[in-house]
Design a protein around this ligand. Structure first.
Ligand code: ZN
Ligand code: ZN
Ligand code: ZN
Length: 368
């Protein structure tokens, strides 16, 4: 699997005139070699020349974490006191154009630029995003498993099986975080629990606010679950519940949101530009008069990263192809009042949009 992926990267490098691909922190590294670097100050770097051997430069003390794959890369370790930049510069050799991982620490990029005068830099995502965007069957299956896991959690919330009233958002979020792991993820990426007016902040950080018996609560949760060759794939879902019967204004807002979501998913067919999917979801909200309260793009790609390409956003004219996986997550946020978002992960297929999340889209009314 990894050798095939590296082969595809090399074809892409040839097309773009890139001599060497340098991958450090971020999801490109596990995607192409199965190893995820720790986000620390010591340099880890996969050096992929267009021709020749691939090397993984790794701190000696982190080497025991590396699953060696001699058919993919040769591991080169460095000890504290040695100069890993010089080691990478050596491997880069006479290359003139490098594509360097988008999340590489800027400090290392600056040091490499000094150590390799004449080396030009581009973003690795130019090489890697078009490859990572299109999921194969095993990747889609991993996304489906992760989606089913978070479905089970929020289905319980919708069924009123998770106590809400009288508890803080942070307390409920901690419980859901543990459940994300219990359901088979190996990492919790985020748990948003936003009650009442806090739901008007799309990326609300759950805090000390105590959930009341007469308000909406938004849940946006996701984690990473091991897929093919132990590389992790992400889940991401949003549902809203209302404790007690919702006031008419909120029910109306939610009905618009539900229609918007359905329109976005229905538009997500092969050949449709990403921006048209955004427009389809946005039009429903605009037409209902809530346009100014839909403050973000309709969706983002998902895979080994919770947010990756393609973005479902105005200006992205990339047509969907079979295997593109992304969220459809319109939201309506009325500051100081309330907010709601509805999110599923969808995969474009020749048979139409395939949702990785299957639980009810309605505003569930719970007792608390
Ligand atoms: Zn999302
Ligand atoms: Zn989300
Ligand atoms: Zn629906």
């Amino acid at each position: 699997m990894f050798s095939q992926r590296i082969e595809r990267a090399r074809e892409s490098m040839a097309g773009l005139g890139v001599d060497v691909l340098l991958l450090s922190l971020g999801a490109d590294l596990p995607y192409f070699c199965g190893y995820e670097a720790m986000p620390l100050e010591r340099l880890t770097m996969l050096v992929v020349p267009r021709d020749g051997d691939v090397h993984l430069v790794v701190p000696h003390l982190e080497a025991p974490r590396v699953v060696e794959r001699p058919e993919v890369f040769e591991m080169v370790t460095w000890r504290d006191g040695e100069d890993p930049i010089a080691m990478v510069a050596d491997l880069v050799g006479a290359s003139t154009t490098a594509a360097i991982g988008d999340q590489t620490w800027a400090g290392f990029v600056v040091d490499l630029a000094s150590a390799c005068p004449g080396l030009g830099f581009r973003r690795a995502s130019e090489v890697t995003a078009p490859i990572r965007m299109v999921k194969d069957d095993a990747e889609v299956e991993a996304l489906r498993q992760a989606g089913a896991a978070v479905d089970r959690i929020l289905a319980d919330v919708q069924a009123g099986k998770v106590a809400l009233v009288g508890r803080t958002e942070a307390d409920v979020a901690a419980q859901i975080g543990r459940r994300i792991l219990d359901e088979g993820h190996h990492r919790v990426n985020f748990v948003i629990v936003a009650s009442g007016p806090n739901a008007a902040s799309p990326h609300h950080e759950p805090g000390g606010r105590v959930i009341r018996a007469d308000e909406g609560v938004l849940f946006d949760i996701g984690g990473t679950m091991a897929g093919p060759d132990e590389v992790g794939y992400c889940s991401d879902i949003t549902r809203c519940v209302h404790v007690g019967e919702p006031p008419a204004g909120f029910a109306e807002l939610y009905a618009v949101l539900h229609s918007s979501h359905a329109a976005g998913v229905a538009a997500a067919t092969v050949g449709t530009p990403c921006e048209d999917v955004d427009a389809a979801a946005r039009r429903v909200i605009d037409d209902a008069g809530y346009g100014e309260y839909f403050v973000h793009r309709t969706g983002h790609g998902i895979g080994v990263e919770a947010h990756e390409h393609p973005n479902i956003v105005a200006g992205n004219d990339l047509p969907l192809v079979a295997g593109h996986a992304f969220s459809v997550e319109p939201g309506i946020y009325v500051p100081d009042s309330w907010g709601a978002r509805l999110e599923d992960i969808v995969v474009a297929t020749v048979d139409g949009p395939d949702a990785m999340n299957r639980i009810d889209h309605g505003l569930a009314v719970v007792d608390g």
